[in-house]
Design a binder for this molecule. Structure first.
Ligand SMILES: CC(C)(COP(=O)(O)OP(=O)(O)OC[C@H]1O[C@@H](n2cnc3c(N)ncnc32)[C@H](O)[C@@H]1OP(=O)(O)O)[C@@H](O)C(=O)NCCC(=O)NCCS
Length: 186
């Protein structure tokens, strides 16, 4: 682990994009997701979870069994000898927000980053969220994390950027045009 968080430097594993499938997460994906987490760099774990502890199998089982009224998730997979999960994205509805809001988590395995898989997962997820009445997606991330900042800021939607407690937060207004975007530093 580098002492200062920098963009990840893993050697990309060249992958035919058409060979990557994005599909809804299933209850029995927890084992494949857990295996993916064992292959991640500490930087990727930190960027996703803002701590160095990866989730337990029990925590991943909860992600794979999200009730439809609470949220939804998708995985990116490749077929090697067996199916391998190389990316995951999900949103969880927040209670008590005036505009229905959900928090987003997104993660792509190091060797598959920078090849458009995050973009595909994001698109699939935001389309699903919009269809299920979510109006705002909240993304919390480390300020050095240029890749997720770029992923969200070029999504085609308005977003409000804030910074608090050392973290960046983008609140994306699904369906709204980007010209209304604003940055606020708290
Ligand atoms: C953030 C993450 C999900 C993005 O997935 P990805 O597959 O690597 O991203 P993509 O290849 O789809 O690229 C997404 C955007 O980032 C841009 N990008 C790629 N590498 C970049 C870099 N080093 N710096 C800045 N932008 C970069 C791409 O150009 C693309 O934008 P575009 O479509 O407008 O051109 C992935 O890098 C990841 O899992 N990181 C660790 C966990 C994390 O940070 N999660 C987010 C917090 S919840």
């Amino acid at each position: 682990m580098s002492s200062k968080l920098e963009p990840q430097q893993a050697e990309p594993l060249s992958q035919d994009k058409s060979a990557v499938t994005v599909r809804p997460i299933q209850a029995d994906d927890a084992g494949l997701l857990y295996a993916m987490h064992q292959r991640l760099s500490l930087d990727s774990i930190y960027y996703r979870y803002l701590q160095y502890r990866p989730p337990t199998l029990a925590e991943l089982e909860q992600v794979c069994q999200l009730a439809p009224e609470r949220g939804a998730g998708f995985v990116a997979t490749v077929q090697q000898d067996d199916e391998r999960v190389v990316g995951v994205a999900y949103y969880v509805r927040e209670p008590q927000e005036q505009a229905p809001t959900a928090e987003l988590g997104i993660l792509v395995e190091d060797q598959f980053q920078g090849q458009g898989i995050g973009r595909r997962l994001w698109q699939r997820m935001q389309q699903h969220a919009l269809r299920h009445t979510i109006r705002k997606l909240r993304v919390l991330f480390h300020p050095n994390n240029q890749r997720v900042a770029r992923l969200v800021s070029s999504s085609g939607f308005a977003y409000q950027a804030t910074r608090h407690s050392g973290l960046s937060e983008y609140l994306v207004a699904l369906g709204e045009s980007p010209r209304q975007s604003a940055s606020v530093v708290a």
